[in-house]
Ligand binder design. Structure first.
Ligand code: FO1
Length: 320
């Protein structure tokens, strides 16, 4: 079967995924990009419904992300956190004054009965984003990090403990009740995507939660579009975040090959094309031997031009 349209689906976690999504957003015709976002990092905090990866996508695609922090809004102020601290409140998870407006808005709309997909769509529209951002599920799926210190809710591990405890595994609470995003499943079932791109996001806590939602990875595998994955590990290091530290602790080789093996073992037949950085070129034969096409290109995204270039590389792959 051939795809009927030129729509593109990207799977994304936080910063790395948002960077490639921005490149795709800028090169594709308006409205052709659909991003399926991880919501395993979501949590309820200070009475607010927080969706960090969705918000990183919203702020990045609307050109307002905080480049220094890597999360939140640019030009942010912190008066609320300072006032909360003075009251002795919980400030380990820092919410900027303007960022709080997003959480207030989301929390109120969810409390009023709207689902997360609709709320996210409205937020994107109000932020003048042409691309479509979809939560992986409307139901709560919460990543739990298994560590040498016991089980930790994701943000407690990531922010409160600064990824310090060595990890032993992960679980995703709520998967049994979670239904895959209906709009993306419908687009997949009707072969509306010409390309499916797994962004260079953390395999364990950004992409696995998405692929574990019932039906998603089989629908991706069975779609007519090739699935291209961009390695989040370059020259033995994660560009950002704890992926490399996690791999070491899980005794997985910290290489693009280690990432490729993770996906082949867990999701056989899912990945058609695996894109590695030019600095990892020597790994290409072993990656090909796993049954995927290995491609070599510059994958480190520092500037907008890098993001656009990587987007173009991904989009060109399946036609070559
Ligand atoms: N990351 C931090 O390291 N410290 C924070 O205080 C923090 C606050 C925060 C608030 C809103 C938001 O959307 C994201 C926030 N993040 C913070 C980032 C977030 O914890 C992670 O980037 C993602 O969950 C991982 O993708």
């Amino acid at each position: 079967m051939t795809a009927q349209s030129g729509c593109v689906l990207a799977l994304s976690g936080g910063v790395g995924g948002a960077k490639l999504s921005l490149g795709l957003d800028r090169v594709l015709p308006p409205g052709d990009l659909h991003v399926l976002a991880n919501t395993g990092d979501d949590f309820e905090h200070l009475g607010l419904s927080i969706s960090p990866d969705i918000d990183t996508l919203l702020y990045t695609l609307s050109g307002r992300s905080n480049q220094t922090l890597g999360w939140g809004l640019e030009g942010e102020s912190w008066n609320t956190m300072e006032a909360l601290e003075a009251l002795g409140g919980d400030t380990w998870f820092r919410l900027g004054d303007r960022d709080i407006a997003t959480h207030l808005w989301r929390t109120e709309r969810l409390a009023g009965g709207a689902d997360l997909a609709a709320v996210t769509q409205e937020l994107a529209r109000r932020m003048q984003i042409n691309s479509h951002i979809h939560p992986m599920s409307n139901q709560a799926v919460r990543t739990t990090v298994h560590s040498v210190e016991g089980h930790l809710p994701f943000q407690h591990y990531f922010v409160r403990r600064q990824c310090e405890p060595a990890v032993t595994g992960f679980s995703f609470e709520g998967l049994e009740q979670a239904q895959a995003n209906a709009q993306v499943m419908e687009l997949l079932a009707t072969n509306q995507f010409s390309h499916i791109i797994v962004c260079p996001s953390n395999p364990f806590v950004s992409i696995d939660p998405i692929l574990q939602v019932s039906g998603i990875w089989h629908a991706l595998r069975d779609s007519s579009a090739a699935v291209t994955m961009v390695s989040p590990i370059v020259a033995g290091q994660a560009i950002k975040g704890p992926a490399a530290k996690m791999m070491t602790e899980l005794a997985v080789p910290v290489t693009a090959l280690g990432v490729a093996k993770h996906y082949v073992d867990k999701y056989p037949g899912l990945v058609d094309d695996f894109l590695i950085d030019q600095s990892d070129a020597t790994l290409a034969p072993e990656i090909s031997a796993l049954g995927m096409r290995a491609h070599i290109a510059p994958t480190v995204m520092k500037t907008l031009e890098d993001k656009i270039q990587l987007a173009q590389t991904c989009l060109a792959l399946e036609t070559t």
